[in-house]
Design a protein around this ligand. Structure first.
Ligand code: ADP
Length: 267
């Protein structure tokens, strides 16, 4: 039997080893920097959330104190305090709901409840559901869909409606009576493109790259007390990414904003 001959392993040149070591080191410090950045963002999120949670809690505690102390208050005053408490509780509840949803969507193990549905049907249904809000808000909402849009998408409908709802709520929140909101969609290169635009106050160029960050508000004082917590767009972004989609924005201060969504179409 012929004996197998093994050749002596070639020594890797020192220069190549040093280069590989240098590159591994670089990669490690990039990963480290990313981790540090994530940690900084997490700490900032905790700071902002505890600040935002404290405000309605303090108001609730002082309202309870008032109810305890002022036993002779009239019915109107009593109802005012109860209404205020109810608003604060609703605010707390919606904040906790957003924190929970953001946690779910950022968890890679959390699965979506996917369904194949017609994109136009989902958008039309959402459009009609907004009509109730618009009666009081005095904004005009237009739906613009191509007549021959029959494409199907595979999505978790509740989550996509949540994204649309966040964009629509923002369009209402950052516009005034008489402004216009447009929900539009089209197919482009095997993707579904949806946009929600408004003719509201717009976003300053320096704030634009940060609006999808968790708990970022362009102007914390500008957000109404019972309004957003700066989590809506971060939630929208993580929902879109979980669907293999994207979200983006263009805006002009004083003229309005357009938020774009893109989703893969089923073939
Ligand atoms: P919030 O709950 O504060 O609305 P979001 O995450 O939904 O938080 O939005 C982040 C910030 O982006 C908002 O605080 C606001 O400054 C800005 N923004 C979002 N949508 C709009 C819009 N349609 N027009 C103007 N500013 C917007």
């Amino acid at each position: 039997m012929e004996k197998k001959r093994y050749s002596k392993p070639q020594a890797i040149p020192r220069e190549d080893l040093e280069k590989a070591l240098f590159m591994a080191n670089e990669e490690l410090s990039r990963a480290n920097e990313k981790l540090n950045q994530q940690e900084r963002e997490r700490m900032e999120l905790f700071r902002n959330l505890s600040h935002d949670l404290r405000a309605p809690m303090t108001a609730l505690v002082s309202s309870i104190g008032l109810l305890r102390e002022k036993r002779d208050m009239d019915e109107a005053e009593y109802q005012d305090i109860l209404n205020l408490m109810s608003r604060r509780l609703k605010n707390l509840n919606s904040m906790l709901d957003e924190i929970f949803l953001l946690g779910q969507m950022e968890n890679p193990e959390q699965r979506l409840e996917l369904e194949s549905i017609q994109a136009a049907a989902l958008l039309e249904e959402f459009y009609f559901s907004c009509e109730a809000d618009l009666k009081y808000a005095e904004r005009k909402l237009t739906l613009s869909l191509p007549e021959d849009m029959y494409c199907m998408i595979e999505v978790d409908p509740q989550k996509i409606v949540r994204v649309l709802d966040n964009l629509f709520t923002n369009a209402l929140r950052y516009s005034k009576p008489g402004d216009e909101i447009t929900l539009a969609a089209k197919e482009q290169g095997g993707r579904l493109q949806i946009s929600v635009s408004d003719t509201g106050m717009g976003i300053l160029p320096e704030d634009l790259p940060r609006v999808f960050e968790r708990s970022y508000r362009a102007d914390r004082s500008r957000t109404p007390g019972d309004g957003g917590h700066g989590l809506g767009l971060a939630i929208a972004k993580s929902i879109m990414e979980k669907h293999g989609g994207t979200i983006g924005v263009t805006s002009e201060p004083g003229k309005g904003s357009t938020f774009f969504l893109e989703l893969p179409i089923l073939t």
